[in-house]
Design a binder for this molecule. Structure first.
Ligand SMILES: Cc1ncc(COP(=O)(O)O)c(C=O)c1O
Length: 413
């Protein structure tokens, strides 16, 4: 079969998503590493390994026996799920949303963001004719792939120490125009706080400046709030863009149940905000998926605003704080400067040791020698070169073992 003829050029140029690629590579090396007492420890995937809240799984089991629960849901989401999401937005952020018109369920936020990109861009082959989406660099690696396979341009907004991780969005917009992209093709600005892979947060003032920018140029603001419940310092508590006046005029926000409740395999999230955008995205989605399994929606609707749910998140965050402390102490002993680490997400974003020039080479060496799976920073964008990301989601003992192995194998800074 002529695959080149079958698939479009953008899809042909895609590689397997980095996390799955690393998983496959680790599986190939497993026996050899295990024989050397270096059985793989994956610090790559951003997926908590703890069990979900017991009350959630217990309730799910009960719901499975309810009449009518196994049939199609709707892509919009069952009314009880949308109502619970609206209540969560009110309880967590003080934000009012209409569950009828301003909230739509998602089969995980990855699905929602991928489809949004497809729906707001038109594939082009001519570079300067492309629709443009401005994205943080580094960013969630999937943004790059969503945009690439939609025949659009991902225009980077560098997150660097020099710009205090607050890129000047307006200056970058004008740079894109200078580069030859057309103003009418600049469709959206993506933001993601707390940020994957860096864990950084931002201020309301900065987001307000982006809201103003989006209004000025009629550009969609897309906020990815997948990590909004993962924080362990009150002064880094994430906020919703809708706490900022006028954000609903130009913005939508994506939420995920994956990380806060350790249910990455269940695939549940919601998008909310600007009514016209949410409804149009929903219409498009209705041609693709048939919604989320109703039993999952029902069990999750119940936990979203429950005391047990909040307690679970609080305890999980305490656990992440403890795990981060193990890694901070360990990397300090290995020679890294660990003075400034954010207290959000479950990621550490660190520079590669001085003797390396490539993040990929460093991560490969650590994998092959120590059996520890790290992610090279350039998988998250060009600005990520020279860095690596690790997820401290496994047990404390395993995390300590990672540090011990790195010490034994000579991986100092
Ligand atoms: C920034 C960010 N957004 C969205 C997602 C997707 O989450 P899900 O599809 O499980 O809701 C992830 C997953 O790692 C992420 O890191």
């Amino acid at each position: 079969m002529n695959i080149e003829k079958l698939f479009n050029k953008d899809v042909m140029s895609l590689d397997t998503y980095i996390m799955f690629k690393l998983k496959e590579e680790t599986a190939r090396l497993k026996d050899e590493l295990t024989a050397r007492n270096r059985a793989p420890i994956a610090l790559s995937m951003g997926a908590p390994t703890a069990n979900p809240p017991k009350c959630l799984t217990d309730r799910l089991k009960e719901i499975l026996d309810e009449d009518g629960i196994h049939t199609y849901s709707t892509p919009k989401g069952e009314p009880y799920f949308r109502k619970a999401a609206a209540e969560r937005m009110k309880n967590r952020f003080g934000v009012e949303l209409d569950p009828e018109t301003e909230i739509f369920s998602l089969v995980g936020s990855k699905e929602g963001i991928a489809n949004l990109v497809r729906f707001i861009t038109t594939p082009k082959t001519e570079e300067l004719e492309k629709d443009v989406i401005m994205i943080p660099d580094p960013c969630y690696a999937s943004y790059l792939q969503f945009i690439q396979c939609s025949g659009a341009k991902a225009y980077p907004m560098p997150l660097t120490a020099e710009n205090d991780y607050k890129p000047d969005v307006e200056a970058i917009y004008h740079q894109a125009l200078k580069d030859g992209y057309k103003p009418e093709n600049i469709k959206a600005v993506f933001i993601n706080y707390p940020n994957n892979p860096m864990g950084i947060s931002t201020t309301k003032e900065y987001v307000k400046s982006i809201v103003d920018f989006c209004k000025k140029y009629d550009i969609l603001l897309v906020s990815d709030a997948a990590y909004c419940d993962l924080y362990f310092a009150e002064d880094e508590k994430p906020f919703s863009i809708f706490e900022i006046e006028g954000a609903k005029d130009v913005g939508i926000e994506f939420f995920s149940l994956s990380k806060p409740y350790a249910i990455t395999g269940w695939r549940l999230g919601w998008v909310c905000g600007n009514k016209e955008v949410v409804q149009r995205l929903g219409k498009g989605k209705s041609t693709i998926d048939n919604g989320i399994f109703k039993a999952l929606q029902k069990a999750c609707a119940e936990i979203l605003n429950s005391e047990e749910g909040d307690k679970y998140i609080e305890e999980a965050n305490k656990g992440f704080a403890r795990k981060q402390a193990i890694m901070v102490k360990g990397f300090k002993e290995l020679g890294w400067n660990m003075d400034k680490v954010p207290h959000t997400t479950f990621y550490l974003w660190l520079p590669i040791p001085r003797r390396y020039t490539s993040a990929f080479d460093f991560c490969q060496d650590v994998l092959r020698k120590s059996g520890v799976v790290l992610v090279p920073g350039n998988a998250f964008g060009e600005c990520g070169e020279g860095f690596f990301r690790l997820s401290y989601v496994c047990s404390d003992e395993k995390l300590q073992e990672v540090i011990d192995r790195l010490k034994e194998d000579g991986f100092t800074f």
